[in-house]
Design a binder for this molecule. Structure first.
Ligand code: FO1
Ligand code: CA
Length: 300
């Protein structure tokens, strides 16, 4: 069988790496990356989630941050700061290379899908990392102080402003990447896995691309989400904060509710199975807990 995973950055990349480990042939896995975090910075096209997936699967990721590269140096940033340039978004000396090369190829007319495939091949990655779309769909965060571009909210402001909502700019005109749609249309598709990424800022942008929801509900394969909430806390990052700001108590059941109508199952921690049973009692019985042992595994 083949598999499709929908992923954001650091949290999703860890599951993607695990999926590669359990598959005999990682080339059967297509990982669709959120590109709502992408932005142009210092004249360069930066795609954080694509790069986090790329570095993680290539074994090059920085183990402390989860993003950027291991063994990184900051001479460029230091020199830029001395010149009065913008340093709130850290671009390491090695990491800089991927932004420069991607920007060059995009300007030469290649699609983001083509550039990503070429760079992943160069780094020896067997799984297919594909952008959700070749069209820009930048996430804009609505805050009491006005709208903020995603990285300005996330990195520069450290998620401090209350997030009133998220807009996926350009989503109405965007087209899903052909590699994404082709992977969903594969006849032997075994499962679609929604990684334990932030539902609002990592998965919703993918679902906002026209045709994606329809393709997911139409496919025969089960769509299984892995909860990013364990015991009322986010595995990583500001997911619980964002849920609280929307008046939603962070729980695995709330994640099931968020993906209601889309998923066939939710992988959750034993710590959360009690809340989930409560949820089932309230009439959402088709969302049954899926034991982790039933995660996709190639039959021997
Ligand atoms: N996250 C930060 O918190 N601070 C940074 O300076 C930063 C730089 C950065 C550079 C390249 C890259 O691929 C990712 C980077 N990230 C940084 C992570 C990025 O902001 C992600 O969008 C978030 O982690 C959300 O997924
Ligand atoms: Ca379905």
């Amino acid at each position: 069988a083949s598999y499709v995973a929908l992923s954001g950055g650091v949290g999703g990349a860890k599951l993607a790496l695990g999926l590669c480990d359990v598959l005999d042939d990682p080339a059967r896995l297509t990982i669709v990356a959120n590109t709502g975090d992408d932005f142009e910075h210092l004249g360069l096209k930066v795609c954080p989630d694509l790069d986090t997936l790329t570095y993680t699967l290539a074994g090059l990721a920085n183990p402390e941050t989860g993003w950027g590269r291991a063994g990184e140096s900051g001479a460029f940033m230091e020199a830029l700061g001395a010149l009065g340039g913008e340093t709130w978004f850290f671009l390491g000396d090695k990491d800089l290379a991927i932004h420069v090369e991607r920007t060059r190829r995009l300007r030469a007319g290649e699609s983001l899908s083509a550039v990503t495939a070429a760079l992943c091949a160069r780094l020896g990655i067997q799984a297919h990392i594909v952008p959700m779309s070749d069209d820009p769909v930048p996430t804009v965060v609505e805050t009491p102080e006005g709208p903020l571009a995603f990285q300005h909210y996330f990195v520069r402001e450290r998620c401090r402003p209350k997030a009133l909502g998220f807009r996926h700019e350009g989503a109405d005109k965007a087209r899903a990447s052909s590699a994404f749609l082709d992977a969903l249309a594969t006849p032997d598709l075994g499962a679609v896995i929604i990684c334990p990424s932030n539902p609002y800022i990592s998965i919703d942008p993918i679902l906002a691309v026209p045709g994606v929801r329809a393709a997911l509900t139409a496919c025969e394969a089960p769509v299984i989400a892995v909860s990013p909430i364990i015991g009322g806390q986010a595995v990583k990052g500001p997911t619980a904060k964002m849920m609280a700001e929307r008046g939603i108590a962070p729980s695995a059941a709330a994640i099931a509710e968020h993906y209601d109508g889309l998923i066939d199952g939710l992988v959750l921690d034993e710590a959360d199975s009690h809340g989930h049973d409560d949820d089932r009692a309230h009439g959402r019985s088709r969302l049954s807990p899926v034991p982790c042992s039933r995660l996709p595994r190639e039959s021997a």
